[in-house]
Design a protein around this ligand. Structure first.
Ligand SMILES: [Zn+2]
Length: 262
């Protein structure tokens, strides 16, 4: 879940509001309480993807916010992704050379994707994942693939090095603050795409339609960038997170191994 970091749904509103009050609260709660990870606030532009990697020489060029890209790669029609772009969720450019990971989350709620996105937009935290997948397999996208979304938040100290990430200033971090010495690394947002699955941990398996939609979405993201991003779940980035849940562990292994749930 974004929690204050993203994964969150309307029915979690009261708990989340409390959790949002203070980063200190979240740090104290770790690791055994709130599934809501705390985090950011802010806003930015709305640009988009460039599939042109021909100029990727290995030297990362930090894009200028004034450099508007055009979102030119439509999703395959069989995926039927609902575009529900919310510019306030974008935290600067993340063009293809910065893509390394797909981070999977659970919403820890039952609300459909549209309601989840509305909730993110209304709670003032400006935290969101790029995509939300409902139990029926419906997919909504609220952040373009070439823009940074705040979905992963702070990770365990040392995880930037573990995951090969650098904090290079592309992620503005506005509204965020460290949540404790145990989780002070902040590189993942700027190098990843976030996907939320509507699911509550401990409440049963993920429906086949939802898993099949995730299969298709991962294939689309792979195709979009032209390479396979590494697939992890949110708790790999920050230990103590609840997502993804135990019910997903076998699927996660499959995704990491062959890009599908089975
Ligand atoms: Zn999460």
């Amino acid at each position: 879940m974004l929690g204050i970091d993203g994964c969150t749904s309307p029915e979690n509103q009261s708990e989340l509001s409390e959790a949002i009050q203070s980063d200190a609260i979240e740090a104290e709660e770790y690791p055994d309480s709130s599934p809501f990870d705390a985090e950011p606030k802010e806003q930015e532009i709305d640009q988009e993807p460039s599939l042109d990697r021909s100029s990727d020489t290995g030297d990362l060029d930090i894009p200028d916010d004034s450099e508007k890209l055009s979102y030119s790669e439509p999703a395959p029609s069989d995926l039927a992704i609902v575009q529900d772009i919310r510019p306030s969720f974008s935290h600067r450019l993340k063009s293809a050379e910065y893509q390394k990971y797909i981070v999977l989350h659970d919403t820890e709620g039952d609300s459909d994707p549209a309601s989840v996105i509305d909730w993110w937009d209304s709670n003032g935290n400006l935290v969101a994942a790029h995509f939300v997948i409902g139990k029926d397999g419906s997919i909504s996208q609220c952040v373009p693939l070439d823009e940074i979304a705040h979905h992963a938040g702070y990770g365990d100290t040392g995880h930037n090095e573990k995951y090969g990430l650098i904090e290079d200033g592309r992620d503005d971090m506005e509204g965020s603050s460290p949540i404790g010495s145990w989780a002070s690394d902040y590189g993942m947002n700027a190098w990843s795409v976030g996907i939320e699955l509507v699911h509550r941990g401990g409440e049963g398996d993920y429906p086949a339609a939802q898993l099949e939609a995730l299969d298709g979405l991962i294939a689309y993201i792979d195709s979009y960038y032209g390479f396979e991003s590494e697939i992890i779940d949110h708790k790999a980035w920050r230990s103590g997170n609840s997502d993804t849940s135990e019910e997903f562990s076998a699927y996660l292994e499959n995704y990491q191994d062959h890009r599908r749930h089975n």
